[in-house]
Every structure is written in structure tokens, then in C-alpha cells.
Ligand binder design. Structure first.
Ligand SMILES: Cc1cc2nc3c(=O)[nH]c(=O)nc-3n(C[C@H](O)[C@H](O)[C@H](O)COP(=O)(O)O)c2cc1C
Length: 160
């Protein structure tokens, strides 16, 4: 039996770790797939690997996993609306989100700070999440300020 009060306290503690925000996307016959994600990280340079964790509670992740390919869109500080839209469940997630297919066909979100396209090489199941290992096939980056997530709120980075 999960102690929900204990979990809530843990979420507050873990929420003190500031992260960037990405949109993990893929494409199915039924249209674009995607979810907002803060667990993205660069994993390996040789070979180029990145990873993220996906909750078993999401409806998009099993469909993305079945496609086997993803685009990771690093969101800018002007994309809070995209982060909120792709954090909601439902078929209208991409309404109002501008995107174009990348080299592997996955949605690249207009205005993203950086994009990384790749293939899902492996998935390790731990607790209520999957850790996905992505082999990087292509990537791009542009200038701008990042969207950050800290203690349950969106913000951005300002250098000293
Ligand atoms: C800032 C932020 C970060 C999130 N990070 C993750 C994450 O790392 N992994 C994850 O599975 N869900 C994460 N979520 C929740 C998913 O975005 C959400 O469960 C998903 O979009 C639900 O839609 P779905 O049913 O279409 O999957 C995050 C949500 C927000 C707002």
C-alpha cells in the first residue's frame, strides 16, 4: 500500500531539482503523438545516446513505444502553452501546436530551442516508469532562452 502523504512529501523534495522541459513526440497513422517531459537527459557521446523516463499512467507513451522513433523538442521560455497542451491527455493535444515532420517523420515543434531525432533502442521498467534509451540519428539547435520547471512552476534561465 502506497503512503500517499509520503509520496506527496517526496514530490515536493524532488521538485526542488530544476530541469528543462522537452516534448517527446512521434507520429502514428492516426496523427501526432507526444507528451511533456522533464526527465530527458544526455546519456552517452560514444555512441550518441539520450534518455527519458515515461510513466505507465500516460496514454501516449505506449503508442510512441510502438512506433519506435521519437523527436525530442527542447522547449523555449515562449512555449509554456505547448508544455501545458502536451501535458494533457486526449486527442486534441496538438490543437494550436505548430509542427513539421523531421527527418524521421516525428513532429518537430516550431520554435523549439533544439531538436533531437532518434530510435528507441531499449526500455527498462522500474516502478511506475519506463526508462527509454534513445539512439540519436540527427539533431539541431538554435538560439533562445529555455523553459525551466522548478517546484511545480515554469520559469526561465537568466545568467549572472
Ligand atoms: C513540466 C512537466 C514535466 C513532465 N515530465 C514527465 C516525465 O518526465 N515523464 C512522464 O512520463 N510524464 C511527465 N509529465 C506528465 C506527462 O506530460 C503527462 O502524463 C502526459 O502528457 C499525459 O498525456 P497522455 O495520456 O497523452 O500520455 C510531465 C508534465 C509536466 C507538466
Amino acid at each position: 500500500m502506497v503512503d500517499t502523504a509520503h509520496v506527496d512529501e517526496f514530490k515536493i523534495a524532488a521538485g526542488h531539482y530544476a530541469t528543462g522541459v522537452v516534448a517527446v513526440t512521434s507520429l502514428s497513422d492516426e496523427g501526432p503523438l507526444g507528451f511533456t517531459c522533464q526527465t530527458f537527459t544526455s546519456l552517452s557521446l560514444d555512441p550518441l545516446l539520450v534518455s527519458f523516463s515515461a510513466t505507465h499512467g500516460g496514454s501516449s507513451w505506449p503508442k510512441i513505444l510502438a512506433e519506435g522513433i521519437v523527436a525530442i523538442n527542447v522547449l523555449s521560455n515562449e512555449q509554456t502553452q505547448v508544455a501545458n497542451a502536451l501535458a494533457r491527455s486526449g486527442s486534441e493535444k496538438f490543437a494550436g501546436v505548430s509542427w513539421a515532420p523531421g527527418e524521421n517523420g516525428c513532429p518537430l515543434i516550431t520554435g523549439a530551442l533544439a531538436t533531437i531525432e532518434g530510435s528507441i533502442l531499449d526500455v527498462a521498467r522500474y516502478g511506475d516508469h519506463d526508462i527509454a534509451i534513445i539512439g540519436v540519428d540527427s539533431f539541431s539547435a538554435s538560439r533562445g532562452e529555455p523553459l525551466l520547471y522548478f517546484r511545480g512552476n515554469f520559469g526561465t534561465f537568466s545568467s549572472e
